[in-house]
Design a protein. Structure first.
Lengths: 326, 337
């Protein structure tokens, strides 16, 4: 049984006849001890889908799903109190901007022990010792003195380490990292990704790595989910996705990276932009930008096809040579 | 006053570059607290390079290494503390206000964040024409014509002239910012992380546009970035900076195929790669960039460097020529690396 099962999850914002679908019937699963990468450009719904798993979508957002199960428990039908006890303890999340997700008014100690106090209780002394242990685990030098530090006294990398310490404080089974390294420098990014993967292996956690950096996912993830305009367009094992993409969007994304155009004058850019809230096309979301789009793509919405290991949402998925199937 | 220095720097007999920078420094006085003495932050501490017409120099480094300070000094937004800046053979820093104003038109800047660099209360047309209003005596009609031409050049449509910045996507805004930078027909464009706020597919569009414009208008770029894969694609020469100093400076091929400085090696190895064949052995750097308020003695990198010895902790290495690339590293000089 999968650790996390998401079955046709949709998140809509706004009431009335035409609410905006930020996440559109997304299904995926995360196994225990697996690293799943979710990639997509801004506006693709990757953050909103993970926030809805955490139960952090507030009015006017509505979460709908046929099933959202974690470790065999249905998250949507369970009482609010029980769900709250679960999130933060068994499912934890690391947010994008470490500098702004820590509360500037409280010390590192307060913020780490707060999670412990709520979920595990224990004496103040034990919580303090545990906080020191956690800071050590995430590689913060001199953890005892850092407990008294306020977030403004920490660098970006250090803040992200504190965020990770808070997230793993209650030994979660599933860790969702939403762009954990976007705000950081390259060498620090490498440190943080190493740390996350190390912790993931050590504790055999499921790790969902949300990022727009394709190369980062290629190096870190076992399985990859590619999202575009709220929909999952392709899923599969990381090597396959990057060596033989089957959806035109994945192919275009990979081709537009400077790394793929070495020795060429121009980058192969995908024309146009990700559709916003008011200009979503009727048929396939990618149709206006897709080089292979047919008339059918403009009219009908393609469904996900393929086995559970390799799925693609396209009428004419690409073959091994990167050409659309007839 | 610096005649001697200049001749030494151009003594090799080459034709003088379009933009040449010699040992430029920018130090800031900052308060460290009430009743405490002011500290001296060496944001830029002796950087030299030459930029030829139609070429791209990429400046690479992590945050706090002085990249953006360099951009501000080059565009004459700030006066350097010391050093020399020559444009087309003219000493820029010794000029009077009037002459400097004219010269400033020739070096323009594109900022990082197109969401912050365009005035939300002005229409695109007004934004584009503002440099012309200030610097030229063109008529209203001529200004509009020029703005429309420029819009077409950067791939926007004439109807965008009357719209406000919030009506555009990130990529389109960066196109507007580029158009504004080019309104005065500059020869050098300083681009400070021009694509780091953009999505991958849009990033490729903007990079293509920048390269097209370079060919069309013969521009020279100073391309400031932390994204090495972008730099590899666009640059002719690369300068790697660390804490206000250049640690390695050479041609793009040399830096990417054979990085010499341990910091450059670490930077390249920590950049994630799509193709497993391109991945390098990861060099794990310990710690973070030291505070510029309290820089370490000796080589700024020695605390994080695995080749460091006592000499590195005592003395500062200077850039030394090594098979066409300039490297500032004792380990390299002594043959330990």
């Amino acid at each position: 049984m999968a650790l996390l099962e998401v079955n046709t999850l949709s998140v809509e914002f706004g009431d009335g006849p035409n609410p905006f679908r930020a996440v559109d019937q997304v299904s995926y699963s995360v196994e225990k001890g697996e690293v799943v990468g979710i990639v997509g450009e801004s506006g693709s719904g990757k953050s909103v889908s993970s926030l809805s798993i955490m139960g952090l979508i507030e009015y006017p957002g509505h979460v709908k799903a046929e099933g959202l199960t974690f470790d065999g428990q249905d998250l949507l039908s369970m009482p609010v109190k029980k769900r709250r006890a679960l999130t933060g303890a068994d499912i934890a999340m690391i947010f994008q901007e470490p500098m702004s997700s820590l509360n500037p008014c409280y010390t590192v100690e307060f913020q780490i022990t707060e999670a412990l106090k709520i979920h595990q209780g224990g004496s103040k002394k034990w919580r303090r010792e545990r906080a020191i242990e956690l800071l050590e685990q995430v590689g913060i030098p001199d953890p005892t003195s850092r407990l008294k530090a306020y977030p403004h006294q920490l660098s970006g990398g250090m803040s992200q380490r504190v965020m990770i310490a808070m997230a793993i404080a209650c030994d979660p089974k599933l860790l969702i990292a939403d762009e954990p390294t976007t705000a950081l420098d390259v060498t620090i990014q490498a440190q943080i990704v190493d740390l996350l993967l190390e912790l993931q292996r050590e504790k055999n956690m499921g790790l969902v790595l949300i990022t727009h950096d394709l190369a980062l996912v290629a190096e870190a993830a076992d399985r990859v989910i590619v999202m575009y305009a709220g929909q999952v367009v392709e899923t599969g094992p990381a090597e396959e996705i990057f060596s033989t993409p089957r959806h035109p969007y994945t192919q275009a994304l990979l081709r537009s990276l400077p790394e793929s155009s070495q020795g060429k004058e121009r980058l192969e850019a995908l024309p146009g932009v990700v559709p916003g809230a008011f200009d979503r096309p009727k048929g396939c979301m990618l149709a206006p930008r897709c080089p292979y789009a047919s008339e059918r793509c403009q009219r009908e919405v393609p469904m996900v096809s393929g086995d559970s290991l390799r799925q693609v949402r396209c009428f004419t998925p690409l073959d091994l040579q990167g050409k659309p199937a007839a | 006053m610096s005649e001697a220095k200049l001749t030494s720097s151009t003594a090799a007999g080459q034709v003088e570059s379009l933009l040449s920078v010699v040992d430029i420094k920018k130090h800031y006085q900052v308060k460290t607290g009430f009743m405490k003495p002011e500290a001296n932050v060496k944001a830029l501490d002796g950087v030299s390079f030459n930029l030829d017409k139609g070429k791209t120099l990429a400046v690479v480094g992590e945050s706090g290494c002085g990249k953006s300070t360099l951009a501000r000094v080059l565009t004459m937004i700030e006066q350097p503390t010391a050093g020399e800046l020559r444009f087309d053979g003219q000493d820029v820093l010794g000029l009077g206000a009037e002459a400097a104003k004219v010269l400033r038109q020739k070096i323009q800047i594109i900022f990082q964040n197109p969401y912050g660099s365009l005035n939300p209360r002005k229409k695109v047309g007004t934004i584009l024409e503002e440099p012309l209003v200030i610097n030229t005596s063109l008529s209203k009609h001529a200004r509009k014509q020029k703005a429309l031409d420029m819009l077409a050049k950067v791939g926007l449509r004439p109807e965008h002239y009357d719209r406000y910045p919030h009506m555009f996507s990130g990529g389109q805004r960066q196109r507007i910012a580029i158009a504004r930078g080019l309104m005065l027909d500059p020869q050098v464009v300083v681009a400070d992380e021009p694509v780091s706020a953009l999505d991958v597919s849009v990033q490729a569009q903007v990079l293509n546009l920048m390269m097209d414009l370079q060919q069309e208008m013969g521009l020279s770029y100073i391309f400031i970035s932390h994204d090495l894969s972008v730099v590899e694609h666009i640059a002719d020469e690369v300068m790697v900076m660390y804490l206000g100093k250049a640690v390695e400076y050479g041609s793009c091929e040399a830096i990417f195929n054979d990085p010499k400085h341990p910091y450059t090696q670490a930077l390249l190895s920590s950049t994630p790669r799509l193709d497993p064949a391109h991945r390098r052995e990861k060099i794990k750097l310990q710690g973070e960039l030291p505070s510029p308020l309290n820089p370490p003695q000796g080589c700024a990198f020695h605390a994080r460097c695995r080749y460091a010895n006592e000499r590195c902790a005592q003395q500062q290495p200077q850039l030394v020529n090594e098979s066409g690339t300039q490297v500032a590293c004792f380990a390299r000089e002594e043959g330990r690396l």
